[in-house]
Write a protein that binds this ligand. Structure first.
Ligand SMILES: [Zn+2]
Length: 309
């Protein structure tokens, strides 16, 4: 087998930015990027303001599976999909450059003859797959399956998807992304634990916006004789209104499952078990539902996210 490298790719077929935000107050969707995901931006339609990251997650709230899709998950921060087409040189290794540098190796997939994404391809007498994926290129391998048969002229379309650019992120977004990565690696138990850590950090960042800190959470938990997480939620409820009960029950079950994983402790044998994907969906639903309460409060009180009237 030769190891010749193909010349750098021709201009990309496709460059699609992933940066749509949807206003949490009027649902107007538009493209926008900023360096700090906690930036407060104005909605061009209703003119009210919101945190960029809240609008980003609000846009994908009905399709949380998109962040943990086994074939082409999108990052939980602005990014890019880039696509190209390459002429396959049978039985050679070819380096293909995206033309941009991702923050970490992107998700890469090929489009099969039905235009569906796939991790590898079988094209007539050729097998095609990426043997290594790095931040600015991938190494493509092709193998002739039956040397006695004709080798087809073959072009393959590829797509890469990942995060580009420097984004200052709230810590809970980084933890949520780690949880998504664990689900993609099928590390279900670690993902379940990580997801609840992400939720705790999300709740803390919201409490911080209300000038409440860890000591307030501890004091409340002792006073109300509930867990720290329940105390965080109840402190937020006092400002923003009641949290949906359909989620509370599920979160209690998820906490039980976590305690079983971490401490081997079973206190509620009737609690249901969640898969990593179900738990991810629940946490995203919880985050966007709390945001709904928060923005309804802003509207009611006529305040902006930074507390300004
Ligand atoms: Zn709006």
């Amino acid at each position: 087998m030769n190891t010749k490298q193909s010349p750098p790719q021709q201009p990309s077929l496709l460059l699609v930015p992933i940066c749509i935000v949807r206003c949490p107050q009027c649902s107007h969707a538009f493209s926008f990027t900023c360096e700090n995901l906690n930036t407060i931006i104005p909605c061009p339609s209703c003119k009210r303001k919101f945190f960029y990251i809240d609008g980003f997650l609000n846009h994908y709230r009905r399709h949380p599976g998109i962040f943990i899709d086994q074939v082409h998950p999108i990052p939980i921060a602005p990014g890019f999909t880039i696509g190209g087409e390459i002429q396959i040189i049978p039985n050679e290794i070819q380096a293909v450059y995206y033309g941009v540098t991702y923050n970490r190796p992107p998700q890469l997939f090929f489009l099969n003859d039905q235009n569906l994404p796939a991790r590898d391809l079988l094209v007539e007498n050729l097998y095609v797959a990426a043997v290594s994926i790095s931040t600015d290129n991938f190494i493509l391998l092709s193998r002739i399956l039956d040397p006695g048969r004709e080798i087809p002229e073959c072009r393959v379309r590829w797509l890469s998807i990942g995060e580009i650019g420097v984004h200052e992120k709230p810590i809970w977004i980084s933890i949520l992304q780690n949880a998504a990565d664990l689900i993609l690696k099928e590390e279900e138990r670690a993902a379940l634990v990580m997801l609840q850590t992400a939720l705790d950090f999300f709740l803390d960042s919201n409490l911080e916006q209300l000038n409440l800190d860890y000591r307030d959470v501890k004091t409340a938990a002792r006073r109300w004789k509930i867990s720290d997480r329940r105390a965080r939620i109840r402190l937020l409820e006092r400002h923003y209104g009641s949290f949906p009960r359909r989620l509370t029950t599920k979160l209690i079950d998820l906490a039980e499952q976590r305690n079983r994983i971490v401490h081997g402790r079973i206190t509620r044998p009737e609690a249901r078990d969640f898969s990593g994907a179900e738990a991810f969906e629940l946490i995203l639903d919880t985050i966007t539902s709390i945001n709904d309460l928060k923005y309804a409060y802003f509207q009611r009180e006529d305040v902006e996210p930074d507390g300004k009237k």
